[in-house]
Write a protein that binds this ligand. Structure first.
Ligand SMILES: NC(=O)c1ccc[n+]([C@@H]2O[C@H](COP(=O)([O-])OP(=O)(O)OC[C@H]3O[C@@H](n4cnc5c(N)ncnc54)[C@H](OP(=O)(O)O)[C@@H]3O)[C@@H](O)[C@H]2O)c1
Length: 232
């Protein structure tokens, strides 16, 4: 019997990452999850405690992952993230640096460290945001999410000879803890034209589509799941 495919997921303790983890487990994957807290993950998930904002913690976590995944990895899904909002005149340098570290630098370290361990035909998905083209009050956040599209296209080109695909899944307002965070009180979420928030399971379904055989010929793309929020 073939062994279960292995996915390394960041941010599996909450929201979209938790939904991705649940979807993968439900479809027979093994999941190694990196986050600061364990969260309500299924017992079958291997949790690696890690602060992605801290380079030392991240490299240490990756050493741990490398030991766990010595048979190789089939997918890397980078979901971890945070949203800090501010308008020009009050941009917070530390918030900008933290979002860059968690969204962009962590993606670099993850894929740089795991690239050689990814099996041919493997998958990389980076979770971006439909705000990546720029939204008032979210400039620092949007810039980090825009950077993911550039990383994905470059890595897609580099990894295509090994049939490894690299894509960005960019959600619109999704019903997770991030939307209720009091730090974003100045920029409340707007319900998309389709009449409700996106469910984390709907983002996870798109990630799963990309990770399974269905996604084999999609690479270097940014796929937006936003209920029409990007139409305006
Ligand atoms: N919800 C939305 O409307 C929305 C829209 C567009 C894009 N997104 C993106 O979707 C992704 C997931 O967000 P979510 O909505 O699911 O939010 P969430 O429920 O708040 O989950 C955030 C996840 O990121 C992890 N994380 C944050 N900082 C971390 C750090 N320093 N080190 C390690 N892990 C860290 C958290 O784990 P720990 O706290 O356990 O460390 C948690 O698992 C993010 O990249 C976000 O930018 C969300």
């Amino acid at each position: 019997m073939p062994s279960a495919p292995v996915a390394v997921v960041t941010g599996g303790s909450s929201g979209i990452g938790l939904a991705v983890t649940d979807a993968l487990i439900g479809h027979g994957w093994r999941v190694v999850s990196l986050s600061r807290t364990r969260g309500p993950q299924q017992a079958t998930v291997t949790w690696v405690p890690c602060d992605l904002a801290d380079l030392g913690s991240l490299e240490h976590g990756m050493d741990h992952v490398a030991g766990l995944a010595d048979g190789g990895v089939d997918a890397v899904v980078h979901c971890a993230g945070l949203l800090r909002t501010a308008y020009l005149g009050s941009l917070d340098r530390r918030h900008g640096a933290t979002m860059w570290a968690v969204h962009v630098r962590a993606a670099e370290v993850l894929v740089d460290r795991l690239g050689e361990r990814l099996h041919d035909g493997g998958r990389v998905v980076l979770v971006g945001s439909r705000t990546m083209s720029g939204v008032a009050g979210k400039s620092q956040y949007a810039a980090t999410k825009a950077a993911l599209a550039a990383l994905a296209r470059a890595w897609a080109a580099e990894l295509a000879p090994r049939a490894i695909t690299v894509n960005v899944v960019a959600p619109g307002p999704t019903r997770t803890a991030m939307l209720d965070d009091p730090v974003r009180a100045g920029t409340p979420p707007v319900v998309p034209p389709l009449g409700r928030l996106v469910e984390p399971s709907e983002v996870a379904a798109l990630v799963l589509f990309l990770l399974e055989d269905t996604g084999a010929m999609i690479t270097g793309q940014t796929l937006v799941v936003c209920g029409g929020a990007s139409l305006g």
